[in-house]
Design a protein around this ligand. Structure first.
Ligand code: ADP
Ligand code: MG
Length: 245
């Protein structure tokens, strides 16, 4: 069964149809890339799946259950994780503490006096940090991390919520090419290992073709193509609107 199924999803802003009757599904362990030019509707689609925006029409199913129109917290509780920008992390806290907080939040534990509770999740936090290659940075303040390491921390924080679906909207923005490839290979590895479904956007087509199982192409709100790397590369409509050839 699919982790996520989107059916006929639509959203307009004023007269602009940002997302128009889009349907697709994501399987467990699958890396699904969503590509398309700027303004194609990618972020709008992410925001409807994550609960940040209510759709005008259509439905969103998670493991077969409708989550359409639920808010971000309710959707996160049902197992949808999202990577957030660096600024969302707490810079003066250590790397480990940031992950401990994410695990605490997942368990719905007390926030005000979080330190004693967080200690119970120290080993779990360290295990996640090891998986994203940040074990050696666990005791450092988050604010001093290199940009690429912050991106890995964002991933560990998202995984702290034990998601079955992970939404990554431009996760590699601002990273050097080699780091981009590294982060997405790591994500690919985690998806396979955990059976985690990943829906992501990425501008670097080499990275998209390298790490995705399947690719969706959006243009002006509509899904114009869907397939694996070779199929998408060869698709005339995609070449016209997106690859510019
Ligand atoms: P992408 O992420 O693919 O670049 P977006 O989903 O951000 O595309 O935007 C799709 C379209 O919807 C664009 O025309 C954009 O200007 C418009 N749009 C997105 N968010 C809003 C908003 N909050 N209010 C008005 N228009 C918006
Ligand atoms: Mg966007």
């Amino acid at each position: 069964m699919s982790v996520l199924a989107v059916r006929g999803l639509s959203k307009s802003f004023g007269g602009v149809r940002a997302v128009s009757d889009v349907s697709f599904a994501v399987a467990p362990g699958e890396m699904l890339a969503l590509i398309g030019p700027n303004g194609a509707g990618k972020s709008t689609l992410f925001n409807m799946v994550g609960g940040q925006l209510p759709p005008d029409g259509g439905s969103v199913l998670l493991g077969g259950d409708a989550i359409t129109g639920l808010g971000p917290r309710a959707i996160a509780r049902r197992g949808v994780g999202r990577t957030f920008q660096v600024t969302a992390t707490f810079g003066s806290m250590t790397v480990r503490e940031n992950v401990q907080m994410a695990i605490l939040a997942h368990h719905g534990e007390v926030w005000r006096f979080w330190r004693p509770a967080a200690e119970r999740h120290r080993a779990a936090a360290d295990a996640l940090l090891a998986q994203v290659g940040l074990a050696a940075q666990a005791d450092r303040a988050t604010g001093v991390l290199a940009y690429g390491d912050l991106k890995r921390l964002e991933l560990a924080i998202a995984l702290g919520n034990a998601p079955r679906l992970l939404l990554m909207d431009e996760p590699t923005a601002g990273m050097a090419p080699a780091e981009r490839v590294g982060l997405m290979h790591l994500t690919r590895h985690l998806a396979t290992e955990r059976g985690l479904a990943v829906l992501f956007t990425e501008h670097d087509m080499d990275v998209v073709f390298d790490v995705s199982d399947r690719i969706l192409v959006l243009d002006r709100g509509a899904l114009i193509a869907e397939g694996d790397g070779p199929a998408i590369r060869a698709d005339p409509a995609v070449r016209r609107v997106y690859l510019g050839t």
